[in-house]
Design a protein around this ligand. Structure first.
Ligand code: ATP
Length: 887
């Protein structure tokens, strides 16, 4: 069959009803070579991408519009209309400037955030294995086109509608399409033309997952033409949901707005009652509301989230769902796989037990004769491949356990690329814990390898130098145990010469139990670099780490001890989990730190048991059956390198390097996001409180208003406008991992912060009034009095932004330059205010002018006082923060 450049004439046919060879011919492809790169490119251009109408990104206009439809902004717009109606055009101008400034900052930040978050999430987009130009390659699923030959393995997400061309025990979960959760066996036989999609056993459909087995298929439909495409248009999810923190923040913003409006009305009524002119009071009330409403909060939130997503991606954690960013920060338990996540997945065979003896590596071509049967088993029972250049291994393809075993055979001087006739291959699946092949070696011979318990259960004899002997089960178990105690991952091998007449059907597993045991292999897999430190770090941060592994209990325990996973390593096995009811298991999970020989089904129960204690559980997974546990966990973490598509689809986060260290980093970043949102909110609360208090006090004291409406609006520009967003850029505080996880129900602003916001607010207000009165008493002109009062607030608030950089640490420890953006924001804000104080037109607009030099000294005093009160409160409240930490 040849591949051509042409587009096949008719791609809409009943492919399920035709023989597979006819389908390949009609679609002008080839089972072994696939399409040529050229043909694929031509077809891709013709048929378009294999993508459902993607969850559309918001357009620029939508983002811009969104800046104006928040209730906070609507109040501003109303204020602008009112001031225009009253003929106060200068106020209208200032309000408009605020509106535009807010919209621009909001737009720029959100646009950038949207783009980068979208781009980062794409990193976790599905891919597919295809054959093109005769080469097997991994491409983005989007790039698939009609006629592509796709290779499917268990755990893969079916990337398009495919006609099955070859199949080995292929079972496919089509629940997304049919609602039927039992996997369906598929094969290559054509079905009736009129068969409904659910009955088309010769087809696999986009969006279903391969539950078991292997297959090759040819792409017959892509994108919206697939069966899923039909459904997707009906069920497409609208609007992205708001994250819990976002919802809580929105509620807080409403509460603040309501409080501000209430205070404004009070100020207005009081002012009138005490004889202030109506129009002035009205404008002041409007300006006050505008100045104090925290319209910057939503922007700061977006920025904090986007930065969190970006930092996590930089540390190899790709977030798939935004709420994960904040949930991560409150994680209390991490349930981690062992192989590849905690360990390096770089395995070497260091020990072999064969012919009743332990043999220790390194192994060379002068190995004892006794090893030969064991080496023969693993040479055949494998799906891995080594590429050699002379005598050196240049590439390892396949499962690291298998390549390590092949490398051993190579070291022992065996030709690992010897041609062999494979009759049957049954691949390894974690649920089964073994794999086997049947090769033609003067008749069919079965070679099996897997977890020792599983293999030994099928053996009746063992190989020895003097022929086969009866199986010494106890000695073998003791040997395995000795290896496992040294932290080695142990596999057993066995073989059996089959009767010539044994039916060899891929799809009907052989259930032989009279095998000959050939050897035990001990593989060393060292801890990943940095994992021991990362475990120590997260444990210090009050996060428990439990290992959930398919490996043997003794091996798992030895490694857990090496990693210092817990003070006392207690192990529970999958069988024990099986025997326990939910209540007993819930009791056990409080102290067990290693779950061994567990299957994904057990994992789900372990997650539920941990959650029953109120734990926020992050769990890793890679296998085809890990989906439910990943979904059930508060944070499902999939392995980007070794993981299956199914695991990725079910997860909230994907680790591109499969590394535990990245989980620890992501938790830190999750905490940073929350901490920053909290800092911004606290800052906005305290400055808002200051402004309201100052106005209420002057009204009550009958002192005349210290700020013109325009000046209040100005305050909004030079303090809240930029400094609050700058606080969202704060990096991790050094002690962020010394604190226990935050309770998920904890409010954005804690009681301690409410207290501090009021205290510092009072101090700022008092400082401003002090300067106002000082200028009044010196008989300075009104503009100077107001200039002094306003400047005290502007400079005091700029100083206070530095207090807000840490909620617990002293401002002197946090330093001045740690946040460059904040530093520039303060310099710009103060510079602008300096201009306003001296530049005629602005002076007139704001009703202020430069005051006597003595004022500056006093303003310096106000700043010191604001720092002092914040420091004092941090200090007084610190013991209490720590007391809470212990509980
Ligand atoms: P984790 O779940 O932490 O990744 P794991 O990788 O050890 O742990 P599995 O891959 O489920 O878990 O392996 C379970 C057992 O199956 C291993 O201890 C080993 O004895 C056996 N085993 C693993 N890989 C193979 C393989 N390719 N062929 C045969 N047996 C295997």
């Amino acid at each position: 069959m040849t591949t051509t450049r042409t587009i096949p004439p008719n791609v809409h046919q009943s492919w399920h009803a035709q023989p597979s060879t006819a389908v390949v011919a009609a679609l002008e492809s080839s089972l072994d070579l696939g399409l040529t790169a050229d043909a694929a490119a031509t077809r891709l251009a013709h048929f378009g991408h294999n993508a459902l109408d993607e969850h559309a990104q918001r357009s620029r206009w939508e983002i811009l519009l969104a800046q104006f439809i928040s209730p906070l902004i609507l109040i501003l717009i109303a204020a602008a209309i009112i001031t225009t109606a009253l003929g106060k055009i200068s106020d209208t101008i200032v309000i408009s400037v605020i509106l535009v400034l807010n919209a621009v900052i909001g737009y720029v930040q959100e646009h950038r955030a949207d783009r980068s978050v979208h781009a980062l999430m794409q990193l976790a987009a599905p891919s597919a294995t295809v054959i093109r130009d005769g080469r097997t390659q991994r491409i983005a699923a989007k790039q698939l086109t009609i006629g592509d030959i796709v290779i499917l393995e268990s755990g893969d997400l079916v990337p398009a509608d495919l006609r099955v061309l070859t199949a080995t025990q292929l079972r496919v979960d089509e629940s997304l399409l049919t609602g039927e959760s039992v996997p369906v066996q598929k094969n290559t036989n054509p079905v009736g033309d009129a068969a409904l999609p659910a009955d088309r056993l010769s087809m696999v459909f986009k969006g279903s997952t391969v539950a078991a087995g292997r297959a090759r298929g040819i792409v017959t439909a892509i994108g919206a033409d697939t069966q899923l495409g039909d459904i997707a248009t009906q069920i497409r999810a609208q609007d992205r949901p708001k994250t819990p923190l976002q919802q809580r923040m929105n509620r807080l913003a409403y509460v603040i707005t309501a409080a501000v409006l209430g205070a404004t009305v009070v100020a207005f009524v009081l002012g009138l009652w005490l004889g202030n002119p109506l129009e002035e009071m009205f404008l002041t009330a409007v300006a006050l509301a505008v100045a104090v409403i925290p319209e910057g909060l939503p922007i700061a939130f977006t920025v904090a989230m986007a930065l969190g997503v970006r930092r996590m991606a930089a540390h190899n954690a790709v977030v798939r769902s935004l709420p994960a960013v904040e949930t991560l920060g409150s994680t209390t338990v991490i349930g981690s796989d062992k192989t590849g996540t905690l360990t390096a997945n770089q395995m070497t065979v260091v020990e072999i037990y064969a012919d009743s003896q332990h043999h220790h590596g390194p192994f060379t071509s002068t190995h004892p004769q006794a090893l030969t049967p064991a080496l023969t088993s693993i040479l055949y029972a494998t799906e891995a491949k080594l590429t050699l250049d002379g005598d050196t291994i240049v590439e390892r393809q396949g499962d690291p356990t298998e390549t390590a075993l092949l490398a051993l055979a190579h070291d022992c001087g065996i030709d690992v690329n010897l041609p062999r006739t494979l009759l049957v291959t049954v691949p390894f699946e974690s649920d089964r814990q073994y794999m086997y092949v049947i090769v033609d070696d003067d008749g069919p011979v079965l070679h099996l390898k897997g977890a020792p318990e599983r293999v030994l259960a099928r053996c009746t004899t063992q190989a020895s130098g003097t022929g086969d002997k009866p199986l010494d089960h106890d000695a073998l178990v003791a040997a395995q145990d000795a290896m496992a105690r040294r932290g080695l991952r142990v596999l057993a091998s066995a073989s059996l010469r089959l009767d010539e007449n044994t039916p060899l059907d891929q799809d009907a597993p052989i259930d032989a139990t009279n095998l000959t045991f050939t050897g035990l292999f001990g593989l060393k897999d060292p801890p990943r670099q940095g994992v021991i430190q990362a475990i120590a770090d997260v444990r210090a941060a009050g996060v428990r780490v439990v290992m959930i592994t398919g490996d043997h209990a003794t091996t798992a325990q030895a490694i857990a001890e090496e990693l210092l996973l817990a003070d006392n390593t207690t192990v529970l096995t999958g069988d024990e989990v099986e025997q326990r009811d939910d209540a007993t298991l819930a009791n056990d999970v409080t102290h067990v730190s290693v779950f061994a020989r567990v299957t994904p089904k057990h994992k789900l129960r372990i997650v539920a048991a941990l959650q029953s204690h109120g734990h926020v559980v992050a769990v890793t997974g890679d296998g085809v059956n890990d989906g439910p546990a990943l979904k059930a966990a508060n944070i499902g973490i999939a392995m980007g390198q070794s993981g299956t598509d199914v695991a990725r689809e079910a997860s909230d986060m994907v680790l591109t390097d499969d590394n535990f260290v990245s989980i620890a980093r992501a938790i830190t970043e999750g905490r940073v996001v929350f901490a920053n949102v909290r800092k911004v909110t606290y800052f906005l609360l305290s400055t808002g409180a200051a402004t309201i208090l100052a106005i209420l006090a002057t009204i009550l004291g009958g002192l005349g208003l210290p700020y013109t409406p325009a000046a209040l609006l100005w305050l909004n520009v030079v303090t809240n406008g930029v400094q609050d967003v700058a606080l969202a850029f704060e990096t991790a505080e050094p002690d962020i991992l010394n604190e226990p996880p935050r309770s998920p129900s904890e409010g954005i602003v804690s009681r301690i912060l409410w207290e501090r916001a009021i205290l510092t607010g009072v101090m700022l207000a008092a400082g401003s009034l002090w300067l106002y009165l000082w200028a009044q008493q010196a008989d300075a002109p009104l503009a100077q009095q107001r200039g002094a009062a306003l400047t005290a607030l502007v400079v005091g608030m700029a100083t206070h932004a530095y207090n807000a950089r840490s909620t617990s640490r002293s401002v002197f420890k946090a330093g001045l330059r740690g946040n460059r953006l904040l530093l520039s924001a303060s310099i710009i804000a103060l510079g602008m205010h300096g201009i306003a104080l001296t530049f005629g037109p602005l002076q007139n607009l704001l009703g202020i002018s430069l005051f006597a030099a003595g004022g500056w000294l006093r303003i310096g005093g106000v700043c010191l006082a604001v720092i002092a009160i914040s420091e004092l409160h941090k200090w007084v409240r610190r013991p209490k923060t720590q007391a809470r930490n212990v509980t």
